[in-house]
Design a protein around this ligand. Sequence first.
Ligand SMILES: [Zn+2]
Length: 323
Amino acid sequence: MNATVKNRFTPRVENLEERTVPTVTYHGGAVMPHVQAQAIYLGSDWGYNSNLHQQAINLDTYLNFLVKGRYMDMLTSMGYGVGRGSASTGVIDYSTLNRDYYLDDRDIQGEVQYLISNAYVKQPNANRLYVVFVEPNVAIRTDDGSTSISNFLGYHGAFAGRNYYGQGADIRYAVIAYPGGWMGNGAVGGVSQFGSMTTVASHEVAEAVTDPDVNYKQLGWYDDQRNGEVGDINRYTLRFGGYNVQSIINKNDVAMKPTGAATLYKNHNQATDGIRPGHNNWIAGDTDRHGRHKAPRKHNPPKHDRLPGHMTAAVDQVFEKYL
Ligand SMILES: [Zn+2]
């Protein structure tokens, strides 16, 4: 056995602030140890608008970067039992979204299920996370009445679905609204629309891997005192690897950033970026979210195509490598 450990890689993180009372605790539920992320670009504009199509490619590159490197190491070092994962090439869903109405979360779930059932996306498993980016000028609404205009920039959750073979499966997903637009979706302050989406995506991925079944089954890591997950509390906007990402709290509510990240600013006012603690996190057992019946959606049979393959630069400036 080699006794020397000096070359061993040790993930490092930096404290942004000090706090000593442990408040983020494990509640016995699942985590996703090595997330397998796949983006779904929902809405035909992602395919037909060349600027948006390029942005989808860039979001795919970002997601690949995020899940494979130091952002995840940060979560590992905080003791959440999760680490680096992988990403599959995203899929454009050419559904036509009616912008005169809210896009309801239940319909998003239905669309994710449709894509799974027809094998347009990877199959669900214990690490699979679908990250749904909704095209611009669409306002999203969740069952509790919260909207992407007034209440959230994104959210994550899970539902009881089926795999391609019709077997029951827990399906974990995150949804990112497109900031701004004519109906005024919320946005992270001080960064571009793209930067807003990457910041929110980092927040949702970190929460999804540490508490995938928040609205669905047993909680994972959760701060009961402040009623939030690891992305909801003491948030800072960072610059990391050329992207905007969000800080994440450790078990003591201390905001942390991955090694090499620069702090841009603290979100003093939780309302400034539209994410308020707890509001976009459904507590397990919340019947409101699952208790309602909605009329079946008229399905607009989507066309699908795949984005060009990842630029696999992230394989790997290893140890050189969130959300
Ligand atoms: Zn959150």
